[in-house]
Design a protein around this ligand. Sequence first.
Ligand code: ZN
Ligand code: FE
Length: 246
Amino acid sequence: MPALEPSLEIVRVPALRDNYIWLLHDRISQETIVVDPAEGEPALDAARARGWTITQIWNTHWHPDHVGGNQAIRDATGARVTAPAAEAAKIGHIDRSVGEGDQVSTGTLKADVWEVPAHTAGHIAYHLPDVGAIFVGDTLFAMGCGRLFEGSPAQMYAAMRRFEALPDATNVYCAHEYTLSNARYAAHAEPENSAVAERLKAVEAARAADQATVPTTIGAERATNPFLRADSVAELARRRAEKDSF
Ligand code: ZN
Ligand code: FE
C-alpha cells in the first residue's frame, strides 16, 4: 500500500482467519501504533521486519479478535494501550480510556475518537482528519456493517450518517476481510445498482487472486454499501436481519 503522506506509513497485517491488524508508523515521531491486534506475533513480526517498535495499541472494542494481542505486545515492547472507556472492564489492562471527543496522538499524528456503539455497546472509531483515514473496527465494512450484538439498528444508522459525512476520499480501515460475502448480499439487496454489480465482479477477481479488498473509501461505500445506503432505520434493520442469515 502506498503511504498516505510522506510522514505516515500504514501496513495491513492479516491475522487469525480473516482479521486485519493495522500498523501505523509515524516517521517524524518514530512511533508505531497497532490498531486492533487480534494476536501479538504477526503485528510484532511486521513491525520488527521494518525496524519499527510498537509504542501504542489502539483498540476499537473488546472482542478477543481485536484485543487478543494486547498482552503479548505490551510484554514485548511496553506499548501503551488506548481503549474505549465503556469496555475497560472487559479489555483488562488499559493505560488510557477514551470516549467521544477525546484525541489520541503521537505528537504529530492526531486521531479523534468517535463513539459508534452498535456492534458492541462501547465501540469506538479513530478518525485521522489530517490524513483522511478512519479505523472503524467492526462497525463499517467494505460493502457491509458489523452485526448488532450489543446495539440497535438506530445506533448503526446513526453511525452510518457520521461515516457518510466524511469526504469521499477518506480511507476506511476495517478489521476483517468480509467483502466477498458482503458484495454478494449487496447484489441481492440492490439488484439494480450497477456500481454494486461492478464491484462484486472486482471483489470476486481480487479474492480469487488472494488479494485484500481493504482499505475501502467512503466514496466507494456511498455507492455500494447497502447499510450506508439504507434510507431509514427500518430499512437498515431489515437488511441487517436478512444478511444475518443470507
Ligand atoms: Zn467484533
Ligand atoms: Fe472482529
